[in-house]
Design a protein around this ligand. Structure first.
Ligand SMILES: [Fe+2]
Ligand SMILES: [Fe+2]
Length: 341
């Protein structure tokens, strides 16, 4: 029986979820299927429904049994272990997702506690977007991440402020992507977007805007200082590479693709890849451009210290303002400082 490439791919997607693929990688390393999690995604007063392991000498050792809570002693033990990554069995992936969902819906938890759980729980999946061989499966999984972000930002007052307050201080592409996604949803809400589907699309667009960087050489991505002409040309291809990979996934809408393809276009021209201007740039890409620049300026790189929010906004206003839609930039300022420009 002949199978077209599309059918063959669909069968692969149906047969293997991202964890089994990701798990296979860990399997080679550790002999069993485990998923990385961050311990701060577990709330100290809420018992887990899954075992949590720590990796010692290439073996997974039980750290917290299902049904147990993260006591003070456990936290101290974890500090002694000096571990920052923990593991759960891949079979428990859905239990972990349900646990996070339950925490986010608990009335007794403070908004800040929920913001921490949400952000820490999404970290591993976003990391997978840039590290697993099968980006398409990771992209499909990322919809759950964005759904949680949109729900949280819609239902909790002060949620945007709390999430922004947790901005990552180190620049890794996956931290950056998650932050840009959060900013995009917050900014879209501020601009009056209230359709759930559109908010999810802008959240996905922010999360995936730099997905094309997977196909730019690592030495170009991580190079300190300026890029030479060839390297810069390669870097400038990332929106094109991104559009290509998104177009291979039937779940990616035109709005999501526009965020990726047009986030380096400038409002007054001179951007790439098409040198569009003004209203010709998709509005979601204009939102993404503001969020992207702000996050890039306020996070730490290996070669520069982060700027404060006010310094970043001043620089954007004084020297970069032509890049952005003025109304969208004003809205970003209002979110961050809750005051008029
Ligand atoms: Fe980019
Ligand atoms: Fe970016």
């Amino acid at each position: 029986m002949y199978l077209s490439p599309e059918t063959y791919y669909a069968i692969i997607v149906l047969c293997f979820d991202s964890q089994s693929i990701h798990g296979k990688l860990l399997n080679i390393m550790a002999g069993e299927d485990y998923i990385k999690i961050r311990i701060n995604s577990i709330h100290q007063t809420i018992a887990t429904t899954f075992d949590v392991f720590v990796q010692l000498n290439n073996r997974h050792v039980l750290y917290l049994r299902a049904g147990a809570t993260l006591t003070k002693e456990k936290v101290e033990k974890f500090e002694k272990l000096n571990a920052d990554v923990f593991y759960i069995k891949s079979d428990d992936r859905q239990n972990y997702k349900d646990y996070v969902h339950d925490c986010l819906n608990r009335g007794e938890l403070k908004t800040k506690e929920k913001a921490i759980i949400l952000k820490e729980s999404t970290f591993s999946l976003v990391e997978e977007l840039f590290e697993t061989p099968d980006v398409q499966v990771a992209m499909n999984e990322s919809r759950d991440v964005v759904n949680n972000i949109v729900d949280f930002l819609q239902t909790e007052d002060e949620a945007v402020t709390q999430m922004i307050g947790l901005s990552s201080h180190d620049f890794y592409t996956y931290n950056h992507s998650l932050d840009v996604s959060i900013y995009c949803v917050g900014l879209a809400q501020k601009l009056g977007y209230n359709d759930e589907k559109e908010l999810q699309e802008i959240g996905m667009g922010g999360l995936l805007h730099d997905i094309g960087k997977r196909y730019v050489r690592t030495e170009v991505i991580t190079k300190k200082g300026g890029l030479d002409e060839d390297e810069w040309e390669e870097m400038k291809q990332h929106p094109v590479f991104g559009l290509k990979v998104l177009s291979e996934n039937a779940n990616m809408t035109d709005n999501i693709k526009a965020c990726c393809f047009e986030h380096h276009e400038n409002f007054s021209g001179g951007g790439y890849p098409r040198d569009l201007t003004g209203q010709d740039i998709h509005p979601m890409a204009r939102i993404c451009a503001v969020a992207d620049c702000y996050d890039a300026l306020t996070t730490k790189r290996s070669y520069s210290e982060p700027m404060s929010p006010s310094a970043a906004l001043s620089l954007m206003k004084d020297r970069l303002h032509k890049k952005f839609d003025p109304d969208f930039f004003k809205a970003m300022h209002e979110i961050l400082f809750k005051m008029e420009l």
